[in-house]
Design a protein around this ligand. Structure first.
Ligand SMILES: Nc1ncnc2c1ncn2[C@@H]1O[C@H](COP(=O)(O)OP(=O)(O)O)[C@@H](O)[C@H]1O
Ligand SMILES: [Mg+2]
Length: 250
C-alpha cells in the first residue's frame, strides 16, 4: 500500500486532496522534476503552513491547488472538484468564487484605485457595479481600510497594500485562501498584523488557510505544518522544520 498521506487530526470535510502529484518543467537535459509524488489532505477550517527551502516546489504546488497549473500525473481535488477532469470554465468558476489568492508581491494594479483593485475579480463575473462596489467596501472594512478606497496603491505602505490584496482575495467570500509568502515583503511588525488577521479569519469565519511561508512566526501559529524538500513532503519533526526554515536545528 502507498504511504498514508499527511492530514490533520480531525477528520471533517476535505477541502484539498492531493494524491501522488508529480510535475516537471522543460524537456531532455533541461528537464526539472519539481514535484515527486506529493499526497496530503486539508480539511475544512484548517490552518496549514507549507514550509521548505526556496526551490522545493511550494509555489508550484500552491498554483496547482488553485487551478493555475496542472500536474503531469496524480490527483488534485479541491472543494470536491477534480481539477484535472474539470473543464477550464469550471476551474475558472471555482477560482473566482471559492478560492482567494494572496501573493508576496501584492499584485495590485497601480493605475486603479484601491476599491477598483478589490472588485477587479468581479469585473469578469458581475454586471451590477453598485453591488460590486458595496461588497468591495465591505471587504475593505474587514481589513480596516475603509478610508482608503479612492487612493492608489502607490500611496500606501507595504502592509496596507497587502491588506488591499487580502480584501481582494476576500471579495468573493472564499472558502479557501491560498497565500504564497504573504509576509515576505513586510517588516516584522506589519507581518505580525497580517498574520493576526489570517488567524482571526480562520478562527472566526472558518476560512481554510494554506500559507506558504519561510517564517517561524507563521508556522508557529498554524495548526499544522507541512514541510517540503526537493519536491517531496518530509517529516515535520522539529529538526526537519528547522532545516526547512533554512536554519540549523533549533
Ligand atoms: N514555469 C516554470 N518553468 C520552469 N521551471 C520552473 C517553473 N516554475 C518553477 N520552476 C522550477 O521549479 C522549482 C520549484 O519552484 P517553486 O515551486 O517556485 O519553488 P518554491 O516556491 O518552493 O521556491 C524550481 O527549481 C524552479 O526553478
Ligand atoms: Mg515560491
Amino acid at each position: 500500500m502507498a504511504q498514508a498521506p499527511s492530514r490533520g487530526s480531525t477528520a471533517g470535510d476535505v477541502v484539498i486532496r492531493l494524491r501522488d502529484v508529480t510535475k516537471s518543467y522543460g524537456t531532455g537535459a533541461g528537464r526539472t522534476q519539481v514535484l515527486r509524488g506529493v499526497s496530503f489532505d486539508v480539511d475544512a477550517g484548517e490552518f496549514v503552513a507549507l514550509v521548505g527551502q526556496s526551490g522545493s516546489g511550494k509555489s508550484t504546488l500552491l498554483n496547482m491547488i488553485g487551478g493555475l497549473d496542472q500536474p503531469d500525473a496524480g490527483e488534485v481535488e479541491v472543494l470536491g472538484i477534480d481539477t484535472l477532469k474539470a473543464s477550464d470554465a469550471r476551474r475558472a468558476k471555482m477560482r473566482n468564487e471559492s478560492i482567494g489568492f494572496v501573493f508576496q508581491s501584492f499584485n495590485l494594479l497601480d493605475h486603479l484605485s484601491v476599491l477598483e483593485n478589490v472588485i477587479l475579480p468581479a469585473a469578469f463575473t458581475t454586471k451590477t457595479t453598485t453591488h460590486a462596489t458595496q461588497r468591495g467596501q465591505e471587504a475593505l472594512r474587514r481589513v480596516g481600510l475603509s478610508d482608503f478606497a479612492k487612493r492608489r496603491p502607490g500611496e500606501l505602505s507595504g502592509g496596507q497594500k497587502q491588506r488591499v490584496a487580502i480584501a481582494r482575495a476576500l471579495y468573493g467570500s472564499p472558502k479557501l485562501l491560498l497565500c504564497d509568502e504573504p509576509t515576505g515583503n513586510l517588516d516584522s511588525e506589519t507581518g505580525k498584523e497580517v498574520i493576526d488577521f489570517f488567524r482571526e479569519l480562520n478562527a472566526k469565519d472558518g476560512v481554510t488557510l494554506l500559507i506558504v511561508t519561510h517564517e517561524r512566526r507563521v508556522s508557529s501559529v498554524a495548526k499544522r505544518v507541512i514541510a517540503m524538500r526537493d519536491g517531496m513532503l518530509v517529516e515535520t519533526s522539529d529538526e526537519a522544520l528547522a532545516a526547512a526554515h533554512g536554519g540549523g536545528p533549533a
